[in-house]
Design a protein around this ligand. Structure first.
Ligand SMILES: [Fe+2]
Length: 361
């Protein structure tokens, strides 16, 4: 996988909201998605190239062959083709735990596809809204990872993942043209989108579902500071499972290509989540989520935007994406005569492009 900066063809107006993250030519974030582009920034952006960041797979059409457990994944056709390639190829999670998650979700899906009250809705999601189906599978996967880190077991874990699989079921009530609209939504369309948690609960009325599953459907867009929807709940008024699914939901949306934005590299998405800790998200859930991720496993090599390769020496919370690195190879891939250390916290011109793992180790 490689990260690519592409110039943006857009005339900025002072006061507009950034529709995506914008970077300078070195990959430094200039303004984050949703932030206001001030008049002075707009005139600066219009004078010089501004970039957006994409990740590209060298050959996205080919199936995953690198992952050591890829042959086992074939046994899970309800999940594996839908699971984000990032989870499989970047080794962000421990392979054994990933397989556990996949098997756990598969068992739940088996149940959902024949559940007397839910199967028709879930089949509809699978056949008519593959975007939401894919999203739900990935949110369930991430919720499992976070739940395990919280030491959820048995029925508690099952209910959490069950809620994650159903969290966007209300989107079945929404028109496709709004759900997949590539342009910015109008205020009215945004209000329609915001109705999906309530519609989801209405769709499941009459079914005997665990309370935590219903609260996940209803509350997964609530925010820690009370600025979310539909009820404006805050802090621990939001159910624990909805707090977890909220983080999984946003992380999945950030890393996935959508009609209205390109997916972000996971390390950048993590930085955005960190910024939302205590405002959008429960700080405890964010911290737990970070613990599920293997940032720099032993023997991994990082490649920088400068082309240099190095070994991570030290990183600390919350600056997980800006560690200290011992440079061992130059931009041409030649071992350096004298190894040296770069501290990404101090050197803003460099950032991590990719992490390579020593799979033989
Ligand atoms: Fe949602």
């Amino acid at each position: 996988m490689q990260f690519v900066l592409k110039p943006v063809n857009h005339r900025f107006k002072g006061g507009e909201f950034a529709s995506q993250d914008y970077f300078d030519h070195q990959g430094n974030l200039l303004v984050g998605k949703g932030q206001v582009v001030t008049p002075s920034l707009a005139s600066y952006f219009n004078r010089q190239p501004v970039n957006s960041l994409y990740y590209e797979w060298p050959d996205a059409a080919n199936p995953i062959t690198e992952h050591p457990d890829s042959s086992i994944l074939i046994n899970y056709p309800r999940i594996s083709p839908w699971l984000s390639r990032i989870f499989l190829e970047m080794d962000l999670f421990k392979p054994q735990l990933m397989l556990k998650a996949i098997s756990f979700i598969d068992t739940l899906l088996e149940h959902l596809f024949v559940h007397p009250g839910i199967s028709s809705d879930f089949k509809l999601l699978y056949t008519s809204d593959s975007v939401t189906y894919r999203h739900s599978i990935n949110v369930a996967f991430l919720s499992f990872m976070i739940g395990k880190e919280f030491n959820y077991k048995g029925e508690k874990l099952r209910r959490l993942v069950f809620g994650a699989l159903l969290h966007d079921i209300g989107k079945l009530n929404l028109p496709d043209k709004i759900l997949n609209k590539p342009e910015a939504l109008t205020l009215e369309e945004f209000k329609i989108i915001q109705s999906h948690p309530t519609l989801g609960v209405q769709r499941t009325t009459g079914l005997i579902l665990p309370e935590s599953v219903i609260s996940t459907i209803l509350q997964h867009h609530e925010r820690w500071n009370g600025t979310g929807y539909p009820q404006g709940l805050a802090n621990h008024e939001i159910s624990p499972s909805a707090q977890i699914v909220a983080v999984a939901d946003v992380y999945e949306a950030l890393i996935t290509d959508r009609p209205y934005h390109a997916g972000l590299p996971p390390y950048h998405a993590i930085e955005i989540l960190l910024k939302g800790s205590e405002t959008h998200f429960s700080p405890e859930v964010i911290e737990t989520f970070l613990h599920t991720i293997q940032f720099y496993p032993a023997d991994s090599l990082v490649t920088l935007n400068s082309g240099e390769t190095g070994i991570v020496l030290h990183y600390s919370y919350p600056n997980l994406t800006r560690p200290r690195i011992r440079i061992i190879m130059d931009a041409g891939g030649i071992p350096v005569e004298r190894e040296w250390i770069v501290d990404l916290l101090q050197d803003n011109s460099r950032y991590i492009l990719s992490v390579k793992y020593n799979r033989a180790g």
